[in-house]
Ligand binder design. Structure first.
Ligand code: ZN
Length: 204
């Protein structure tokens, strides 16, 4: 159904600084529609600790809805994002909510937030080693993707401001992630899960 924004910070391609609570009436319509039709939807929700309960409430209330929480693997504010943006935090949510899936962050290892900060801000792509070398996934994230590959898809995050990055984004996914996973896990994350979520059927 597309990507819906609950809490959204200003990003490199837009200036929306908004918070529409996940448990608000507008989102109820989306969760209900997903539950009734089986269609998945993407949720953009900055992972502040204080904002997790509104999402968890909806995951419990709409167990038939198919949610894909976007951009897992980053931490834009370590002072307020403590619970979720770690492999342990993701693992705990996976165990608790069978209807929760994730798309994996598209940005590179030296991505910064806020996006235009030259020296300030934070290096937010925490699933990678954040150094100047080639992009390398941290082993604890690799282990999570290998352990629970059925819950993850690749998040191209392509929008009107990012078409020119498309090849680079997918080369990075291939080299830093898919090439390091077992073939079975890589196939699930690369396309099998996306097919299942969108069609309701297993890839054959
Ligand atoms: Zn997003």
């Amino acid at each position: 159904m597309g990507e819906f924004e609950a809490r959204h910070y200003v990003s490199s391609t837009n200036s929306r600084d908004i918070h529409t609570p996940v448990n608000s009436p507008g989102f109820e319509v989306i969760f209900r529609a997903s539950g009734e039709t089986g269609l998945p939807f993407l949720l953009h929700h900055e992972a502040e600790d204080d904002l997790l309960p509104e999402l968890e409430e909806m995951l419990r209330r709409f167990p038939q809805a198919n949610i894909v929480w976007c951009h897992v693997g980053r931490n834009r504010d370590p002072s307020r994002w403590k619970k979720f943006p770690t492999p342990e935090g993701v693992r705990a949510l996976i165990a608790r909510y069978p209807n929760l899936n994730f798309d994996i962050l598209q940005s590179g290892n030296m991505s910064r937030f806020p996006p235009n900060s030259v020296s300030g801000g934070v290096l937010d792509a925490v699933m990678y080693y954040q150094d100047a070398g080639p992009v390398r996934l941290r082993p604890e994230w690799l282990q999570l993707f290998e352990e629970r590959p059925e819950r993850f898809v690749l998040g191209s995050d392509v929008n009107t401001g990012r078409w020119s990055n498309y090849d680079q984004v997918f080369d990075r996914f291939r080299n830093a992630l898919l090439a390091r996973l077992s073939p079975a896990a890589a196939e699930l994350i690369a396309y099998r899960n996306a097919w299942r979520l969108m069609s309701g059927e297993a890839w054959t």
